[in-house]
Write a protein that binds this ligand. Structure first.
Ligand code: ZN
Length: 313
């Protein structure tokens, strides 16, 4: 059993309109909705999970769509860019597809010798598609018009913007087992060898950067992956011993979670592989129906009535 941090587990962001979010991620980007549930702390808000076929950790992007919430602002103390691996030679096709759908897409550029295509989702969330330097064997989810030669394969990296990187870097290296791989300008690339993919965290140092504001189009937290909740609790001890505060273990039905704010201000989570998304739906049915945690099942009718209608064909 690998008792390390196994790269990224999921990233959670904030959206405004639920339908627009669903259409963009399932149709334009071609991800699978692997779970449709509610915010466990606010059951009148959806919680959407998008990933590959099984919702493998390292492929999962989740959203709280808060209808009518204003736009946030990317900045210091936040995760500011999400990178997905895509196959070789797919970026031109992606650029064309994004233009066809009116997506705000930038120019292809290079970082650390890898070509990437930056774009934003309908709420302004910053993402990029990256042709990684290291091979990625993960299969993407196929849709009618996105096949394996193009489909996203899961996370490549996440970028955190910080006033200074030192204390955050220490969490990554001393507690999580990452090492500094390379530096380009004010961007410092950290990587763990524990997993072949979803293994990179870039720290972007902006000493005079403005603080970010968390609302639509920004990331809420970054979850790192561990194999199970026994290993998770060992990390809880290590984080407490480093002098940081951390929550008790919380049951999120599909994984167990711990949350702590790293010294640079970004909300980190440690999340488990167990029990996974097929605990309450079969693999074929993932994401098809609204799933509620048992404490809300008695109020299902009322909750369903309050949630925005979602067309999912
Ligand atoms: Zn989370």
């Amino acid at each position: 059993m690998n008792d390390s941090i196994l790269g990224l587990h999921h990233i959670t962001a904030i959206a405004n309109n639920a339908q627009r979010n669903y259409d963009f991620y399932t149709h334009v980007l071609g991800l699978r909705m692997v779970k449709k549930t509610v915010n466990f702390d606010d059951p009148n808000t959806y919680h959407f999970y998008y990933g590959n076929e099984t919702g493998t950790p390292g492929t999962i992007l989740t959203f709280f769509p808060w209808e009518g919430i204003g736009p946030g602002r990317n900045g210091v103390g936040m995760a500011t860019e999400i990178g997905y691996d895509v196959p070789q030679r797919s970026l031109d096709n992606w650029a064309g597809r994004f233009r066809e759908y009116g997506v705000a897409v930038g120019e292809q550029a290079e970082r650390f010798g890898e070509t990437y295509l930056p774009f934003t989702d309908p709420d302004g969330l910053a993402l990029s598609l990256i042709v990684a330097g290291q091979p990625d064997d993960r299969s993407g989810w196929e849709t009618e018009d996105i096949k394996q030669d193009m489909a996203t394969q899961g996370f490549h990296s996440v970028t955190l913007t910080l006033q200074k990187i030192e204390d955050t870097a220490n969490v990554l290296t001393d507690i999580f087992g990452y090492r500094l791989l390379a530096q380009e300008g004010n961007r410092y690339r950290f990587q763990t060898d524990a997993v072949p993919n979803a293994s990179i965290v870039d720290l972007l140092e902006e000493p005079n950067g403005k603080l970010g504001r968390n609302a639509a189009g920004t990331n809420h937290h970054v979850a790192f992956r561990v194999a199970n909740d026994a290993i998770q609790m060992e990390f809880r001890e290590k984080i407490l011993n480093s002098g940081l505060q951390i929550t008790p273990k919380i049951n999120r039905d599909y994984f167990f979670s711990l949350y702590f704010r790293e010294p640079g201000g970004v909300l980190f989570e440690i999340a488990t592989d167990n029990p996974g998304f097929t605990i309450d739906e079969t693999l074929a049915e993932l994401g098809n129906s609204l799933k509620l945690p048992k404490q809300y099942e008695a109020s299902r009718a009322k909750i369903e009535q309050r949630l925005p209608q979602l067309k999912t064909n």
